[in-house]
Design a protein around this ligand. Structure first.
Ligand code: ADP
Ligand code: MG
Length: 256
């Protein structure tokens, strides 16, 4: 019954930048093994939701609940911040993020990039972290690139290194923000393949993507955002096959 508690629960999330309200009351639940994709036009609030979920951004209202544990806040409204630094670290570590621009450290080798946070942030034993890092680099197909620097890799290889880095934190869930958007089409597919493998293993994931084919193939649940609100959501075949809202229909016809 432990699995009845969602890994991530976002309830009635509201987020503003100054006077600009960009998330206007959003609810998202991901149970263990769920792949939830967020789609929608640029500026609809997809990245903001991921960043609020792992506490890279503050929010003004609503709950973020990690495995049944709600974030505790200090203050309210625009003055609201997470109250407990240890909780922030625990949640951020467990909802490991993969960014569009990879965000690898240029001055570290690929192996160092992957083992850095487990050692310095989580205090893991260096030899064990290295063993685990090498394992994840093998898993994403770049086990031979341990000793090179990010600039020596293709974009697809860099993104796979970033995925290995996220996995090396042993997170409960992975959050992807447009993981293939910076890549040429032929490199995109090698990253899609890794994401499909992770989905097949039953990883819990939230994926912001413009790649509708991937969203349809890997997701259990797809959410279409429009101007900071969920306009429509459902199983991928239903959402893509029989879209109900006119906005979703327009969005899909503009992307496919
Ligand atoms: P998406 O990822 O769907 O393209 P975002 O979540 O990045 O959308 O942005 C949602 C809205 O919030 C947009 O109107 C964007 O301009 C605004 N926004 C995002 N980040 C900031 C910021 N740091 N400061 C002010 N406005 C922001
Ligand atoms: Mg975005």
């Amino acid at each position: 019954m432990a699995d009845a508690t969602p890994v991530i629960e976002i309830r009635n999330l509201h987020k503003a930048y100054g006077a600009l309200e960009v998330i206007k009351g959003v609810d998202i639940t991901a149970h263990k093994g769920d792949v939830v994709s967020l789609i929608g036009s640029s500026g609809s609030g997809k990245s903001t939701i991921l960043r609020c979920a792992n506490l890279l951004e503050d929010s003004q209202q609503g709950d973020i609940i990690f495995k049944g544990e709600p974030v505790t806040w200090r203050g309210s409204g625009l003055g609201r911040h997470p109250a407990d630094a240890k909780q922030v670290l625990r949640i951020r570590t467990n909802l490991s993020m993969v960014f569009q621009q990879f965000n690898l450290w240029a001055h570290l080798t690929i192996l160092q990039n992957v083992m850095e946070a487990p050692v310095t942030v989580l205090g893991r034993d260096r030899a064990e972290a290295e063993k685990s890092a090498r394992g994840y680099l093998d898993k994403v197909g770049i086990g031979d690139k341990c000793d090179v620097y990010p600039a020596q890799l293709s974009g697809g290889q860099q993104q796979r290194a970033a995925i290995a880095r996220a996995l090396c934190m042993e997170p409960e869930a992975l959050l992807f923000d447009e993981p293939t958007s910076a890549l040429d089409p032929e490199l995109e597919q090698e990253v899609v393949r890794v994401i499909k493998d992770l989905a097949g293993e039953g990883r819990t994931m939230m994926i912001v993507t413009h790649d509708m084919k991937m969203a349809r193939d890997v997701s259990d649940h797809v959410i279409f955002l429009h101007q900071g609100l969920i306009e429509e959501e459902g199983a991928p075949d239903t959402l893509f096959g029989q879209p109900k809202s006119e906005r979703l229909r327009q969005f899909l016809s503009s992307t496919m």
